[in-house]
Write a protein that binds this ligand. Structure first.
Ligand code: ATP
Ligand SMILES: Nc1ccn([C@@H]2O[C@H](COP(=O)(O)O)[C@@H](O)[C@H]2O)c(=O)n1
Length: 235
């Protein structure tokens, strides 16, 4: 069955959104948008300008005059700030520590949400991941997923990804995930939370392939059924 529509994947840090969303996009033959990469790119603009990430006015001005470009093909990461390739830099610790205050600034969110909507507008099928996609960016999306996993499992997975085994380093990773989740959930503008019509998928006891299978199946069946029901109500 050919999927057409929008799949949104939201959830706390380190729940597997990026790895799952990319694989789902490939399986569905869909475009893919990593909105976290856009907030990270905005943070690169702020840090490059020497602006304090907590200075909301200066952050808004700096991001407002920056050109942020991202690709929409899974597996081909393209992230440019003012024409400079920052795909590697956005994953570094400096950006990860500063990204939450930058993304809490309402003017930054308005700018990037407009850009996100424009990027997916022409796509027949697209998978979009972030924190506010089902609630704010694409409230009429055809299939909304909210991905969760126990905090200690997330920290262990991230440690495995980074090759860290030292207990203190894993504890520091867990603290960073907690700090970012608290910041992202408590901001006034578009806080992290599940959309009322999202399907919650808990990956604590599921491997990545099982989560991908579940999301693909939801996109092709349950969510497709919900779409048909909605279309029927409109006729
Ligand atoms: N179900 C799973 N089982 C085991 N490992 C997983 C699973 N899902 C993702 N992972 C691994 O967990 C780590 C974090 O995943 P990923 O980067 O996709 O999360 P994320 O939600 O996008 O994180 P962030 O919000 O911080 O960008 C990666 O190493 C990934 O391979
Ligand atoms: N829709 C989104 C996506 C991301 N953010 C902010 O960016 C940070 C980095 O996101 P990653 O998914 O790349 O880890 C995240 O902690 C949020 O602060 C957002 O606000 N909205």
């Amino acid at each position: 069955m050919q999927f057409q529509g929008q799949v949104t994947l939201d959830g706390p840090s380190g729940t597997g959104k990026s790895s799952v969303a990319r694989a789902v996009a490939v399986r569905l033959g869909a475009a893919y948008l990593d909105t976290g990469a856009m907030y990270r790119a905005a943070t690169v603009a702020v840090l490059t300008a020497g602006v304090d990430p907590e200075d909301a006015d200066a952050v808004a001005r700096t991001v407002g005059s920056a050109s942020i470009e991202v690709g929409t093909t899974a597996g081909e990461e393209r992230v440019l700030v003012d024409g400079v390739d920052v795909a590697a830099r956005i994953r570094g610790g400096e950006v990860t520590r500063a990204v939450s205050p930058v993304s809490a600034v309402p003017a930054v969110r308005r700018q990037l949400v407009d850009q996100q909507r424009a990027l997916v507008a022409g796509a027949a099928a697209v998978v979009v991941e972030g924190r506010d996609i089902g609630t704010v960016v694409l409230p009429d999306a055809t299939c909304k997923i909210y991905l969760t996993a126990a905090p200690e499992v997330r920290a262990q997975r991230r440690a495995g990804q980074l090759g860290l085994t030292d207990e203190a380093e894993v504890a520091a990773l867990a603290a960073d995930l907690r700090r970012r989740d608290e910041y992202d959930s408590s901001r006034a503008d578009s806080p992290l939370r599940p959309a009322g019509d999202a399907v919650v998928v808990d990956s604590t006891d599921l491997d990545r392939d099982a989560v991908v299978d579940r999301v693909v199946s939801l996109a092709l069946t349950a969510c497709a059924g919900a779409r048909q029901a909605a279309a029927g109500r409109q006729t």
